[in-house]
Design a protein around this ligand. Structure first.
Ligand code: HEC
Ligand code: HEC
Length: 342
């Protein structure tokens, strides 16, 4: 009942206060909170999906004025990066987000968990990375930026610019919209930045940006043919080269894993090494091996299958490479994906 009266009061007095956000602002703010310019909105990763808090304090039911809210977003309080109007959220969008969050009930109960927690076996530098906030958006091992770094053979100077001058850094200057803001040296000191780089480039290691896709099956004279495209999307002359690459394509298996139901009739593209046991899927798998894939290089293979299951696709393909070895000890392993729409 009290809510209804409050709501009536709100609508009837709305006219009198030019600053009172209208319901359309709240609605727009809600939409922006889900994502903006077709991008994810990362505020949620620190402040909670519904503004209930997490790594950072709750924003639901806040009582900041729109000017105070905007100042916080532009300055970056605590360890929050400063978001800029032209690349991140513009002033109007921030105002709408502020209105939406103010309209939500204040959270009650215990503070929620961090979106990315410090892994139990974290090294001191990994702990620093997650608790500095980077890990809230980038996950516990910063997998994506390490891949970008591997695509250009990045160095510390690149890392420095990406953190302190993110929104004008060379790779980002021509991108219309960005999700990460800029950090100041008060927030991330030079010494901390060096530790973060040490974690990023040496404890974990830069990654080779390899992508692998498999086409839909095309019926041919002796079976069904699939085309596999393997590409190192790094910049030629700059990016990392992968070595000792294996493409594993698990074939459909019967109830008994030894039962052979699908046969390989032919391959093209070179590097085919036959059908082997795949320990991950516990089934027979056709394998290709290639010695190296340099940045910018693309290789195409085909495989023609016959027998039962030849036409169901090869959904669980994987690509791995031995070098550069991840410093965490493992080898890189990625999935062979099917292009959108298949
Ligand atoms: C990396 C984590 C992180 C991200 C991402 C983040 N924030 Fe923050 N935010 C913080 C921290 C830390 C504070 C300081 C208060 C605290 O320690 O909780 C803060 C404070 C604020 C404040 C001031 C709150 C007050 O009561 O003074 C506002 C407003 C705010 N954030 C809005 C946003 C918006 C809007 C976004 C998305 C554009 C965003 N934040 C993204 C971590 C983050
Ligand atoms: C609000 C979420 C968020 C936070 C917090 C954040 N990043 Fe990012 N970062 C991104 C996103 C998203 C990108 C991709 C470019 C973009 O949209 O801004 C990126 C890009 C980068 C890049 C460039 C490589 C690439 O893939 O584009 C580096 C390096 C990087 N971040 C390091 C860091 C470090 C170090 C921290 C902590 C000090 C940090 N980031 C904090 C979201 C975040």
């Amino acid at each position: 009942m009290r809510h209804i009266i409050a709501a009536l009061f709100f609508f009837s007095s709305g006219q009198a206060f030019a600053q009172t956000p209208g319901s359309s602002d709240i609605q727009s703010g809600k939409e922006i909170w889900q994502g903006y310019f077709g991008l994810q909105n990362d505020c949620k990763l620190c402040h909670g999906d519904q503004g209930e808090g997490g790594f950072a304090k709750p924003l639901a039911g806040h009582q900041l004025t729109s000017a105070q809210f905007l100042r916080a977003v532009r300055q970056g309080p605590g360890i929050m990066p400063a978001f800029v109007p032209d690349k991140n959220l513009n002033d109007q969008q921030v105002g709408q987000v502020a209105a939406y969050l103010a309209s939500l009930p204040k959270p009650t109960g215990a503070a929620p968990e961090w979106h990315t927690r410090v892994p139990p076996l974290a090294t001191p530098r990994q702990k620093l990375m997650v608790s500095s906030g980077c890990g809230q958006c980038h996950g516990p091992v910063m997998a994506n930026p390490r891949r970008t770094a591997g695509s250009i053979g990045a160095d510390f100077e690149w890392f420095r610019q990406e953190v302190y001058e993110h929104t004008t850094a060379p790779l980002n200057v021509n991108r219309p919209h960005l999700r990460m803001g800029n950090y100041s040296k008060q927030q991330i000191s030079e010494a901390t930045l060096k530790d973060l780089w040490e974690f990023f480039a040496n404890e974990q290691g830069l990654r080779v940006p390899i992508g692998a896709q498999i086409s839909a099956g095309v019926p041919s004279g002796n079976g069904v043919t699939y085309t596999i495209t393997l590409q190192n999307t790094g910049t030629p002359g700059k990016g990392l080269t992968a070595e000792y690459i294996t493409v594993t394509l698990p074939l459909l298996r019967g109830k008994d894993p030894e039962e052979v139901t699908t046969m390989v009739e032919a391959t093209t593209g070179g590097g085919y090494t036959g059908v082997h046991r795949d320990v991950i899927t516990n089934s027979n798998a056709a394998e290709f091996e290639i010695p190296r894939l340099a940045p910018g290089e693309k290789r195409t293979f085909t495989i023609t299958l016959s027998g039962k299951g030849a036409n169901v696709g090869i959904p669980r393909g994987m690509v791995k490479w031995e070098k550069p070895r991840l410093n965490s000890g493992g080898t890189e392993l990625i999935a062979v994906t099917t292009p959108l729409g298949q």
